[in-house]
Design a protein around this ligand. Structure first.
Ligand code: FES
Length: 277
């Protein structure tokens, strides 16, 4: 069951609901063909507290849509893909709490996919990824796309805020070709980066606690300069309208200005948010 509404939203049938730490991950059926460009770092806005069109017109207890980030996408049948979607908030958020109570066969009303994600590799490359265990699923399609292009993947996983899982658990959820390193604290992260940045062709970061300016300094230390196109960063932002209208999502740029993460990100080139050279 997939219905497109004249307001641009989609109804998606829920296939599976699971917990991701204190958050939630939901797999839902969506029309085939939405997974271009690469879903990693892109998001949907989900209406919480209401499923049917009638409920959406009358149920306003959770009125702001919540962001669900794209993770895995697999083919379901000739017309539909199964998208696994992750909330970045935890169950203290009313929207996430409502999502955790959903069951297979129910409906999610979604807007998206939205935003600019991590660029798909256009050639074999050595890709370095930095994230935590909570956000690791957001990079799933990037990891697979890089390996499918004949590239190499090294992950540095920082101990997560809500899901401090072990190395073996992480490895079992990843392609066997991906190298995984754990970093329990900032010193370990910096040490891993010093070893790996010199040979990396690209860097993808989904780690809200790591300030872009600090990351740029570490890149300069290892590579002498920060080149445009080398590093992409998923920025933390309040994604509310997804259309550039409400300005809730602005993030600072290297030039001293602000930019809207919902339409110009949430993935940005490191040079844009921290400066080059
Ligand atoms: S979320 Fe409203 S302008 Fe970005």
């Amino acid at each position: 069951m997939n219905n497109a509404w004249h307001d641009g939203t989609l109804d998606a049938e829920i296939i599976k609901v699971g917990c991701a730490g204190d958050g939630v991950q939901i797999t839902a059926a969506l029309p085939a063909g939405l997974a271009r460009p690469l879903p990693a770092g892109r998001y949907f806005l989900v209406r919480c507290g209401a499923q049917s069109r009638e409920e959406r017109l009358s149920a306003w207890s959770i009125y702001a849509r919540r962001a669900l980030f794209a993770a895995r996408v697999t083919r379901l049948d000739a017309d539909r893909d199964a998208w696994t979607l992750h909330a970045q908030d935890d169950a203290r958020d009313a929207g996430v709490a409502w999502l955790r109570e959903r069951t297979p066969g129910e409906t999610l009303n979604l807007l998206g996919p939205l935003g600019n994600g991590f660029p798909a590799p256009d050639a074999p490359q050595n890709l370095l990824l930095v994230t935590d265990s909570l956000r690791l699923p957001l990079l799933d399609t990037l990891i697979h796309a890089t390996l499918d292009r004949g590239g190499r993947v090294t992950l540095i996983v920082v101990a997560g805020e809500w899901a401090d899982v072990g190395l073996e658990t992480l490895r079992s959820a990843l392609p066997i070709a991906a190298e995984v390193r754990m970093a329990a604290e900032e010193g370990a992260l910096r040490s891993h980066l010093q070893e790996t940045l010199v040979w990396a062709d690209g860097l993808a970061v989904a780690l809200p606690g790591l300030a872009p300016a600090a990351l740029a300094n570490w890149v300069r230390d290892a590579r002498l300069r920060v080149e445009e196109g080398f590093a992409q960063v998923l920025m933390q932002a309040d994604l509310v309208c997804g259309s550039g209208a409400c300005l809730a999502c602005v993030v600072p740029t290297a030039g001293g200005g602000l930019t809207r993460a919902c339409v110009n990100g949430p993935v940005f080139d490191l040079v844009q948010v921290a400066g080059g050279r």
